[in-house]
Design a protein around this ligand. Sequence first.
Ligand code: CUA
Length: 156
Amino acid sequence: KFEQFWIKLSYGLIAFFIATVIYGFVAMDLKVIGDSGTIDPQNLQDTPFGNPGVREIIKNGETEYEVYVQTIQFSFVPGTAQPIEVPANHRVTFYITSPDVLHGFDVVGTNLNTMTIPGQISKFTTIFPEAREYGIVCNEYCGPAHHVMEGKINVV
Ligand code: CUA
């Protein structure tokens, strides 16, 4: 009987964890639409990454945002020196690349998490459901100051 209790408890916990993950997806609407392209990491100046930051665009009559970010030892540009500021309840597509080494771009507390790779563009689209601040951390070892490579997204 005692063993049955533990078996039931563990099933209950598994169900709870699954429910938590599903809730995270639905309630937060933090869906990731993955995609990527290639780019010359030596020549980012002549691309949108040469002037990184947030752009407002109109797509199918809706206002959307594009965010171009470079991950550079040891900062997010933008993100570290100044936060990335985007509005809630609009589609935001991030395009991220790296001129130097492999980094990570992990929006803390969400499922938004990608590697950023020299020569490739990491892309994901999300809708932030509410105004709040998110931390960004690099989760790929990229050198001696990897552990202090962090930034902020301000959803307003
Ligand atoms: Cu950049 Cu670790």
